[in-house]
Design a protein around this ligand. Sequence first.
Ligand SMILES: [Zn+2]
Length: 434
Amino acid sequence: MSTSYLIKNVSVLGGEPTDLLLKDGVIADGADASADGAEVIDATGLIALPGLVDLHTHLREPGREDAETVETGTQAAAKGGYTAVHAMANTEPVADTAGVVEQVWRLGREAGYCDVFPVGAVTVGLQGERLAELGAMADSAARVRVFSDDGKCVSDAVLMRRALEYVKAFDGVVAQHAQEPRLTEGAQMNEGELSGRLGLAGWPAVAEEAIIARDVLLAEHVGSRLHVCHVSTAGSVELIRWAKGKAAKDKTWSVTAEACPHHLLLTDELAATYDPIYKVNPPLRSAADVEALKAGLADGTIDIVATDHAPHPHEDKDCEWAAAAFGMLGLETALSIVQQTMVDTGLLDWAGVAERMSAAPARIGRVSDQHGRPVAVGEPANVVLYDPAATRVVDPAESASLSRNTPYRGMELPGRVVATFLRGTATVLDGKLQ
Ligand SMILES: [Zn+2]
């Protein structure tokens, strides 16, 4: 018989304290007599949120098991409060066939820390030349609904149009890494006064904005769903706000967008350290861009927070800036960064956090039958218990990830994930993996 948990005095989404019973994989009434024999958790001062859902995780397996595996990546996810992650397709081999996406999906089931939903590549080998077997991946056991060449942009407008048309057949979505390749050749950091001073090649905002502008128009033209990955500039927020204004009146417009925690907190000034821990794609932007992203996330222009968790082994990050890999860890710190930048600043309440880190990403990824549900009686017991009053200093050595490339090393962050439950089974208790 599986353990059941009686969670006492928990504040659901910051509301009045109540008791919740997690039993047989679902949430039951804490006043239920069947709570007898349940393990009791005193949750005084803790907030209950629906298990978080990440639409943008790099698990690196197959092929780069020196950076991360499905097991270690989903352990990091559970510690961060996640019960589901979408695993990006830029593995080796690329997840561009039913065989590879089923392998990743199975590895997730075997590890058991959270549900793993593989993202399928849009083009064969991420080469941007011909479409991958999108239908076969959709029909596979992995039931792929999100398609992305993330790491690379689907820059060919005809291929992007075909992909958008194709995924309509199975209610899929194309998640675009918006980066005009010719405008970003050799790019190392945000293009601006600082990139000139540091002598690092610039990654201009227009290279992101031009692709977003094109793609919202293409998606409207074919009546398909577009999702924009890691929005990083004020201009991008403005474009998406414009497209959403259209969508409010006309159903043929359908665009959703994500922002990453690091783009809500960190700025391009950090590149002046020449420490590649801050090298990421798209790059850290200006303080004005950070403010525009936060405002866009607050007003719903940006639908979700996604981590872009990108583990890299020591040797790929501990080198000269220009030679270092792009990317940073994110799963174990995302909720704290969102608390610091959005909740503690009054921009979002906890219901808003649950919408942007659980319900909305589950809807976009078409997994909302199981994830992103309300924390309510009768719903699947995917729940995170969070202590917003705690603080901690980030120590990379404590990470469950195989990699250590966190830009928050040594920083004091608010909040702590106390427990994570996947269908009523504790994956994390008292902050520790189970
Ligand atoms: Zn990307």
